[in-house]
Design a binder for this molecule. Sequence first.
Ligand SMILES: [Zn+2]
Length: 461
Amino acid sequence: MPELPEVETIKNTLLPHLKNLTITNIEVLYKNTIIGESDVFKKELTNEKIVDITRIGKFLIFHLTNEKIIISHLRMEGKFYILKKGEITKYAKVIFSLSDGNVLIYDDLRCFGLLKLSYKNCYKDDELLKNIANEPKDINVDLLFEKSKNSNECIKTFLLDQKNVAGLGNIYVDETLFKSNINPKTKAKYISYNELNRLIKNADEILNKAINLGGSTIKSYHPSKGVDGRFQNLLQIYDKKNQKCPNCQRNIRKIKVNGRGSSFCPNCQPYKNDSYNIAIYGEVGVGKSTILNLFKEYGCLTFNADEIVKTLYEDKKIINEVNKIFDSDDDYINKAKIKEKILSNPLYVNKLNRLIHPKVKQECLKIIKKSTKENKVFEIPLLYTAKMEDIFDIIILVKSNKQKEYLQKRNPDNYQFLLSINKNNIIKEDDADFIIENNGNINKLKQNVITIINKLKDRLN
Ligand SMILES: [Zn+2]
C-alpha cells in the first residue's frame, strides 16, 4: 500500500508529464474502478486539459479545465503508467489517451483503487475527502489532544485513523512511534500533551524525509516503469522483528495492534497501562512458581500454563488427539506411557507441543481479553518454544544457580527426565524486560517482585 510520501512522489512524478495535455479518449476496462457512472465519467472528462495534480492525504486530485476534478486513491496496488499509444499493462483498468500521443494507464492488480469524477466547487466536501484530517504539518495539536485524551484506542490505531491525522500509514506510524519513544499499544488517553506534540513533530519530519528521498530517487525514474518507491533505507524499526534496536541494541519485538503488525523496541518504547499481562518464564526448577505466588501475594491475578494444560487434558477431544500421537487407546492421559515414549524418542515432545501449545495460547488470550484492574501474571515455562511471547506486555526471565539442587530435592525420581525435556526451552536473555536471579533468598525475591510491580505502576506517572 503506498503511503503518503509515495503518493506525494507519484504526484510530483506525474505532473510534469501530464500538465497541459488534453484527454482525447477514455477507455474503461473495469467499471468498478470508477465510482459513479463510467459513461458520465468518460463524457465529462474527454477533451478536458489536465492543469494540475494535488494531494489530500493519500488521495490524488487531478484538476482539469472547466472546473472538473478526478479524485483517485491507489489503495493496495493501484499504479499510474505513462506509455506509448498501443502499449498496455497487465492489470490496466482505465486508459486515458493524451494529446501528445501517449496514454495514461490506471493499473490495479487488486482492484481496490478508485477514480471518481467531481467538480472544483464541491470536491472537498465529497464523502471520500470531507472527513480527512490535516496532515502532521498542519495539525492543531491542542484540538487533537482534546480527542486523544478521551480516546480508549491504542495510540497507533488513533494515529492511523485519517479522521485524526491524515497520511500516516502502518510504516510511518511505526517509525514515528519509535522516534517518539512511545509504545504502539499504549492507549491514546495515556499520551501526554507534550508526547503528542512530539509525536506530530516527528511524524512531520519523517514524512518529509521520506518525500525528499522519493524526490531524489525520482531522477532515474522512467514513467513507463510506474512508481512504487518504498524508501526502505529510511526505516529504523518497521518490519525488523528480532533485529537489534538501532538505539539500544535490544531485540525488536513485533505484536498485533488492532490487527496491524507493529514493530517496536520494548526498551525504548515501554508500554504504559494501568495493568499489564506479564509472562514469567525460564528453565525448569528455577523457582518460577515461588515467584508467581509472590505476585499473587502482592495483588496480581496469577495463572499457570501447567494448570491450563491439566484442564485441557480433561477434555475428551483433546485426550483423543493426544492419545493418537502416542498410539494409545486409553480414554485418559496416561502420563507414565507418555513419559516412556518420550524417553524412547524425543521427537514425541515436539509432536505433543505442536498440538498443545496453540491451545494453551488460546486459553491465555481468553484470560487476557477479560479486562481487570489487576496485573495478570502467567507462568509460561516454554514461552518462546510455544511462540507465545507476542501476547504479553512484559516478559520476566527467572534464572537460578541452584537449579539442580532444587530439582533433585523436589523430583528425586524425575529429575533427569525434567532436565532432558528442558533442552527444548528457548531462553532469550536479551528479550526479557526483567530478569530475576533466584539464589534461594525469599526476602530478596519479594523485593524483586515489589520492585517490578512498582516500576510498572510508575510508567504512567
Ligand atoms: Zn531500543
